[in-house]
Ligand binder design. Structure first.
Ligand code: TMP
Ligand code: MG
Length: 289
């Protein structure tokens, strides 16, 4: 029905079910739709020209505001904990405390670096951050059709906002839930604000933002985009949900993780660096306009 669903990167456990969800959402109308998306490795690319692209944290880890010693320590954390994040042989319950440990240690190190707020824009500009191909179309299309986009990220809100601002797509329909930096009166990073969001507590993060979901209570049809199994709970705050279509990007350790992704996401995009499929679905849901 949507030609892009026959792309070689697309895998579905139950194509018939996908079709049914899409038809139900089309029937309900695009004024009942909201999009909830993860940021790192979902809206941003996993790799470009064979080289890994940075997450929000990596943008800071690799920047000139961080001392060499600290860079080493952050790299060590990444080398220790990233393999755990993507290890399909361990349960989420087993990984959860280790992920809290990773985020806590990384944030402590960043806070020690006395990072200045007014240099963040330069750091992002000089970084290799890259949104997936087709991002402009996705953000602009959602804005034109007044469809709310919630970016729900365990990354760093200040960095993420700067990436989409510099890309010219931080439209008024975009809301961000993420870890935000807290600066002192001279603009130096002194802590992170509020409850920590890590890769496996997005459900709790969603439930802390009831106001947002209350505002969108007429939008009972959800398109969810993620790249981790932790992203599946991002829509847990949605009220009176009627339909949800979950699209998962499977970027790394494909063979080991494919089955679990097929079991949890309706559409799995394997090593697909583009937003072609989400864009085709959005076009379909807005009557190809
Ligand atoms: P996301 O929720 O926007 O995908 O952000 C979470 C990603 O951030 C997750 O894949 C792990 C990554 N990360 C780093 O790259 N470095 C770090 O220091 C931390 C804490 C997380
Ligand atoms: Mg991610």
């Amino acid at each position: 029905m949507i030609p892009q669903l026959t792309n070689s990167s697309v895998c579905m456990r139950d194509p018939q079910r996908v079709q049914e969800i899409l038809e139900a959402m089309l029937k309900a109308g695009s004024n009942t739709v909201q999009v909830i998306s993860d940021f790192d490795m979902t809206l941003t690319r996993f790799a470009y020209n064979g080289k890994r692209c940075p997450t929000c944290h990596n943008i800071l880890d690799n920047c000139k505001l961080i001392s060499n010693d600290c860079k080493e320590e952050l790299k060590e954390l990444l080398n220790t904990y990233y393999p755990i994040e993507i290890d399909s042989s361990r349960s989420i319950a087993d990984k959860l405390p280790l992920m809290v440990e990773w985020w806590t240690k990384a944030h402590e190190l960043l806070v020690q670096q006395k990072i200045k707020k007014d240099l963040l824009a330069i750091v992002v500009r000089d970084s290799d951050a890259r949104l997936r191909d087709g991002y402009q179309l996705l953000f602009d299309h959602l804005y034109e059709h007044k469809i709310p986009l919630l970016i729900f990220s365990a990354g760093i809100g200040d960095i993420l906002e700067e990436v989409i601002r510099q890309a010219g797509v931080f439209h008024p329909n975009v809301k961000v839930i993420s870890n935000y930096m807290d600066f002192d009166e001279s603009g130096v990073l002194r802590a992170f604000k509020g409850e920590l969001i890590h890769i496996y507590n997005k459900r709790e993060g969603a439930l802390l933002n009831t106001d947002h979901f209350q505002e969108l209570r007429t939008r009972t049809n959800v398109l969810l985009l993620g790249d981790s199994l932790g992203d599946l709970t991002m829509a847990d705050g949605v009220q009176d949900m009627e339909n949800i279509l979950k699209i998962g990007f499977l970027n790394d350790k494909v063979d080991e993780r494919k089955q679990s992704y097929l079991d949890s996401y309706d559409i799995v995009l394997v090593k697909d660096e583009t937003l072609e499929v989400p864009n085709a679905i959005m076009r379909y849901l807005t009557g190809n306009k």
